[in-house]
Design a protein around this ligand. Structure first.
Ligand code: SF4
Length: 350
């Protein structure tokens, strides 16, 4: 089916609270209606005007004539043998995105998408093999989290503890909508989640890291590093050609000076590519620039990439070397492999 915009009416969640106020005033309704409506839209996660029971029947009817309320629909849910849940969501224009819930004994983390597809074409990533079709609206990012939170309550009897922007897409290339979604998710009457429990993960867009530093929404920042050597990094992440390690170092130091938090470096371990002692030395050298933590990630083979996961011995030796050099690092075992929910595997497959 060709994705098309199904309605010429504006989506009500594209209006600011001030614009809502002006709308109500134009209908001879009091300005406080905007606050009531805003609460339904962004705090209670309402999916239909008919649910807004403190607005009159006539007003609800008027709203549905003037606006749409676009929400995403759960299209497919898959549960892994390790309890990881992958959800495919259908958007109003029939595009699909995926989100993942990763439960552990200590916490439940949601991994959300920021774009339909991705333009950055990292060679190891299934999403990178899809074209970028469009950015997600703030409301679509918000809805993913609200849906994943409801599913977490249903399947694990607990709310989400953490949100990571590590699903489909590059969040810093959908900057305004990502920040707006974060603002909505952290307001006290919605999920009320602390921004410190939200991690924005970037493939490394230096210019946007400066902007995030200046706006300082107080979230964590993770860099998908995967190689601390420009030649290797450019080989698997074309974005490194315009945003090399030196430019990223400067941007990240600027960010850290403003934000004051640890930086996270994601490092997927690829067999015979970035898992030698020399690679570990280069990583240590890069990490010395910042208070940081490294997440070493077990790779899940994505067909057609030619990349494979590191052998256990190489993983272990790499981790040992980092620890011996006092670099804090953890080894992330892959979750949800059997349902293609693991890192780099999100691609709208069944
Ligand atoms: S790893 Fe991230 S930035 Fe790279 S192609 Fe995949 S989704 Fe895009």
């Amino acid at each position: 089916m060709n994705p098309t915009n199904t309605s010429a009416k504006p989506d009500i969640r594209q209006l600011t609270q001030e614009e809502l106020q002006n709308y109500f005033l134009s209908k001879n309704e009091p300005a406080f209606r905007a606050k009531q409506l805003y609460q339904w839209l962004w705090q209670k996660g309402s999916k239909d005007f008919s649910q807004m029971t403190n607005l009159s029947q006539n007003l609800r009817q008027q709203l549905s004539e003037d606006f749409t309320l676009q929400t995403l629909q759960l299209n497919l849910l898959q549960k892994s043998e390790d309890e990881t849940i992958k959800c495919r969501f259908a958007l109003h224009d029939h595009y699909m995105v995926e989100g993942v819930i990763i439960p552990t004994a200590e916490r439940t983390t949601a991994c959300v998408s920021s774009q339909v597809g991705c333009s950055l074409s990292c060679s190891f990533c299934a999403t990178g093999k899809m074209k970028r079709m469009r950015n997600l609206a703030a409301s679509e990012i918000f809805d993913q989290v609200i849906s994943l939170n409801e599913l977490s309550q249903k399947h694990f009897q607990k709310n989400l503890n953490n949100i990571v922007f590590m699903g489909m897409g590059e969040p810093l290339l959908n900057y305004n909508n990502t920040l707006l979604a974060i603002e909505k998710l952290t307001q006290p009457n919605a999920l009320g989640m602390s921004p410190r429990r939200i991690t924005v993960s970037t493939a490394g867009v230096a210019k946007m890291i400066y902007r995030l530093a200046d706006d300082n929404p107080k979230v964590n920042l993770a860099l998908s590093l995967h190689a601390a050597n420009d030649a290797k990094r450019s080989e698997i992440m074309p974005i490194n050609e315009q945003n090399n390690l030196e430019s990223l170092r400067e941007a990240l130091q600027y960010f850290q000076n403003k934000n004051g938090r640890l930086l996270y470096f994601e490092y997927i371990m690829f067999k015979n590519f970035n898992d030698s002692l020399q690679d570990a030395k280069e990583l240590v050298r890069f990490c010395r620039n910042f208070p940081c933590k490294v997440n070493l990630i077990e790779y899940n083979t994505v067909e057609g990439t030619g990349m494979h996961k590191s052998e256990e011995d190489a993983l272990f030796a790499f981790q040992q070397y980092l620890q011996a050099k006092n670099i804090t690092c953890t080894l992330r075992r892959s979750r949800g492999k059997d349902i293609d929910a693991a890192c780099g595997q999100l691609a709208n497959k069944n």
